[in-house]
Structures are given as C-alpha cells and as structure tokens.
Design a binder for this molecule. Structure first.
Ligand code: FAD
Length: 153
C-alpha cells in the first residue's frame, strides 16, 4: 500500500479536533491506542447559538479532543509499522484505470482511495462531484491553553 501526499508532516488544518467514541474504537482496531492523558475526553456534543443550547451525551463511551498533528503522527507511526510506503511532497496529478500519476511517475494501483480533502480532485476526476455545489462557508480555529469549562464538545 502507498500513500502519496502533496504536503509533508506535520500536516495541520482547520478542524474541531474532536473524535467520536466510534472513531476511537476504529483507531483501536487499527492498532492505534490513545492514552487517557493524551487529549481531552468529552461526554457528548453541545451546539451553542446566541441564547440557545442543544446538547446530547454519547449513549456509550467518551470522545477525545486531540491536536490533529498529534493524531497524524500516530497514524504515520502505525502505517510505517504496517509496511505502508509513505510519499510526502508527492502531489497526485492524474488518475486512470491502472493507477495514479505522482511527481511524473506512474504508481500502479488496483484501488485508489481519494482522501484528498474537501475540494477532492480524485472525486472530480472520478466524475463523483455532487449535482448541487454547496454554498461557501468559512471556519477559523485557534488553540487556547485553559482549563475546560464543560465536558461537552
Ligand atoms: C472546520 C472543520 C472542522 C472539522 N472538525 C472535525 C472534528 O471535530 N472531528 C472530525 O472527525 N472531523 C472534523 N472535520 C472533518 C474532517 O476534517 C474531514 O472529514 C477529514 O479531514 C477528511 O479527511 P481527508 O483525509 O479526506 O482530507 P484531509 O484531512 O483534508 O487531508 C487531505 C490530504 O490530501 C492531500 N492532498 C490534497 N490534494 C492532493 C493531491 N492532488 N495529491 C496528493 N495529496 C493531496 C493534502 O495535502 C492533505 O494532506 C472538520 C472539518 C472542517 C472543515
């Protein structure tokens, strides 16, 4: 298995950085074990909008808030352990029936997983663009070092 990414670690992006209990179970089954003290555990989700709040506890288990580059580092370590070939600074520029073109070289592949983000080119090349394009949205993220005031994300 080969992973080709146009960027190089540590790869970060704007994100809420909250993992649901099911995500943690999936990571566990992949051999990625996150210690309790590695992030911040939370019990559910709370949406806040002006004077309104809507919240719900997870029916089972807890979620985990963890900085994206930390999670990425763990994924890289486990993938390396499993023998995955990791190619950084290697943008994919084309796909066809036999594989992908990356940095001018053909990588032969039976299956191509296009985990290339919101504006996925693999999705476009595969003719899988949605019929209705969604409206443009903006997000900002900033980290603050302070004690949590809620057990909800
Ligand atoms: C504001 C915001 C908040 C979010 N908060 C959460 C959250 O709290 N919890 C949660 O679980 N999810 C959250 N998400 C969703 C989550 O970020 C995405 O579902 C997830 O990152 C998608 O994974 P991905 O690997 O497909 O894309 P990404 O994580 O975006 O990674 C795409 C990768 O593909 C590479 N790439 C792109 N094009 C190419 C190319 N042509 N060739 C080679 N490499 C390429 C990029 O360098 C990048 O490393 C949030 C999303 C947003 C926008």
């Amino acid at each position: 298995m080969t992973v080709a990414d146009g960027a190089e670690p540590p790869i970060d992006k704007t994100c809420g950085e909250g993992m649901m209990p099911e995500t943690l179970a999936s990571l566990h089954s992949l051999g990625i074990h996150l210690e309790r003290e590695e992030g911040f555990r939370f019990d559910g989700i709370c949406f806040v909008n002006e004077g309104m709040r809507a919240f719900a506890k997870f029916p089972g288990g807890q979620g985990l808030g963890l900085a994206r580059p930390v999670l990425h580092g763990k994924l890289i370590a486990r993938a390396t352990e499993c023998g995955v070939q990791l190619l950084w600074k290697t943008p994919v520029t084309e796909i066809d029936r036999d594989g992908v073109l990356a940095r001018g070289s053909k990588i032969r592949a039976r299956w191509i997983v296009g985990a290339d983000g919101l504006a996925s080119r693999v999705r476009r090349w595969g003719g899988l663009e949605p019929a209705n394009s969604s409206t443009l949205r903006f997000a900002n993220r900033r980290h603050y070092r302070l004690a949590p005031w809620s057990s909800f994300m």
